[in-house]
Design a protein around this ligand. Structure first.
Ligand code: SF4
Ligand code: SF4
Length: 452
């Protein structure tokens, strides 16, 4: 490779040598992968917008209330007491991401990442609709500020901001819930200044990202993107250029025979369509979001020159170099085993997780007392957490000893999604106690049902 061709290693396509932003005007993709991605995007957008709206048993299907540390996933509520589950779920997710990336590269970025979906499938499509093709957009950017330019740019940015406002509201719905969001919108503004402030802030952030920052979120900010260099190896399936078939590249002459040259006709269609502005023929790069636009572009070029499709395709460095199929390496096997182990633990913990959690401890600093009736009396602290959406009345009963429990205070109802804390005495007949250490079993009953 000559020095000029190697320069892609020292610079990014979105900045000039002075560090100034180079705006990318990608050609609108067309082809089977783009159609499939469009279809998948609509389904994912439906799920994304549907989850905070959908209710299961009257509760949001998804709520990620980090302010109150309350998380609802598919109608099941998780509280700070479930923190161990959160830690384990995070660990499982990290191992899953590592395994998934080691096998499929950045497949998630191209097909399922909300940033790519909104940018490529919503905002960019609106841009093509208003400003036209990539070439027209370039011309419009350079043109003087005529009425047409002001109208097109104004219209585009009004729509962009409205959509960003909608996405900002969607994020807020995930955090505070749809009911609270409706209150923020419908109540007098003075009652929800913080909520409205966040609504405006989120809208501005999304508008900034989709109207201006764009692909730089993937190439410069996204931590997942930055980790690619350690997660990928030559065995990972990525969007790859088959250099063995494509080189030596060159512009095609009329009726040229391809038997003594590479199949790449150096038409740059794959570069022009790339939303991050890279040339995939230089190999796997950090900036590639695996959007497949270059596959579609190259396939249509191959059709035109009567060569088989797939010069750019999903493949791995090893397959292109040596042929054969994808191999399960020791590294991947290790990830699979770790992930299976974590999933088993997660399943066990989730299935044995109870709706009511109780802890009873001897009140520190107190000694036992002997009553006039010959009973031994001790003081205990009780804490009950109710993880359900209904109030739970409780009764406490001694199971293995004759005696009684005297709760201090007259209510023992644990509020929904709340905690009940109290103290109680346990009185047991002296002749029931044989040693200084006695095992006492307490039944916790609610509406006649033994809970614990
Ligand atoms: S689109 Fe295909 S043929 Fe054209 S430059 Fe890219 S790899 Fe070569
Ligand atoms: S190189 Fe291809 S797959 Fe990667 S971002 Fe560019 S167009 Fe998308």
């Amino acid at each position: 490779m000559n020095e000029e061709k190697k320069s892609f290693r020292d610079s990014i396509a979105t900045a000039d040598k002075h560090g100034r932003r180079l705006w990318i005007y990608p050609t609108k993709p067309k082809g089977k992968f783009y159609s499939a991605r469009t279809f998948v995007s609509w389904i994912l957008l439906l799920i994304l917008f549907g989850l905070p709206v959908l209710k299961i048993n009257g509760h949001p299907a998804m709520l990620l209330n980090i302010i109150e540390r309350k998380f609802v996933i598919l109608g099941v509520v998780f509280w700070p007491q479930d923190f161990y589950l959160f830690v384990l779920a995070t660990l499982t997710l990290v191992v899953f991401i590592v395994l998934f990336t080691a096998v499929f590269g950045r497949l998630f970025c191209g097909w399922a990442c909300p940033q790519t979906i909104f940018l490529e499938m919503v905002f960019r499509k609106i841009e093509y609709l208003i400003e036209g093709s990539a070439a027209s957009q370039k011309r419009l950017a350079k043109a003087p500020w005529t009425f047409t330019k002001i109208f097109k740019k104004g219209l585009k940015h009004i729509i962009f901001f409205s959509l960003s406002f909608l996405i900002g509201n969607l994020l807020l719905a995930y955090i505070v819930g749809l009911d609270e969001l409706v209150k923020i919108i419908t109540d007098p503004p003075s009652q929800h200044l913080i909520g409205l402030g966040f609504m405006f802030l989120f809208s501005l952030i999304f508008y900034g990202v989709f109207a201006w920052f764009r692909e730089q979120a993937c190439t410069m900010v996204c931590p997942y993107g930055r980790l690619q260099s350690v997660l990928l190896d030559n065995n990972s399936i990525v969007v790859a250029y088959d250099h063995k078939r494509g080189e030596k590249r060159g512009i095609v002459e009329r009726k040229e025979d391809f038997s003594n040259r590479g199949h790449c006709i150096d038409c740059y269609a794959c570069v022009k369509v790339c939303p991050t502005g890279i040339d995939i023929r230089n190999g796997t790069q950090l900036e590639c979001v695996n959007c497949t636009a270059c596959i579609d572009a190259c396939d249509s070029v191959m059709d035109k020159v009567n060569l088989p499709q797939g010069l750019i395709r999903y493949s791995s460095g090893n397959i292109i170099e040596k042929g054969g199929k994808f191999k399960v390496t020791g590294r991947i096997l290790g990830y699979i085993l770790t992930l299976s182990f974590l999933l088993i633990i997660m399943t066990v913990l989730l299935t044995t997780r109870t709706d009511i959690e109780t802890s009873i401890l001897r009140t520190s600093g107190t000694l036992y007392q002997e009553t006039d009736e010959g009973m031994i009396k001790n003081l205990y602290n009780i804490s009950v957490i109710n993880k359900t959406f209904t109030d739970v009345p409780l009764e406490f009963k001694l199971k293995n000893k004759q005696g009684r429990i005297l709760l201090i205070g007259n209510t023992s109802v644990v509020p929904q999604n709340g905690r009940f804390e109290s103290v109680f005495f346990i009185e047991i007949a002296k002749d029931e106690l044989f040693t200084t250490n006695n095992l006492i079993t307490i039944e916790i009953i609610s509406n006649g049902v033994v809970l614990e």
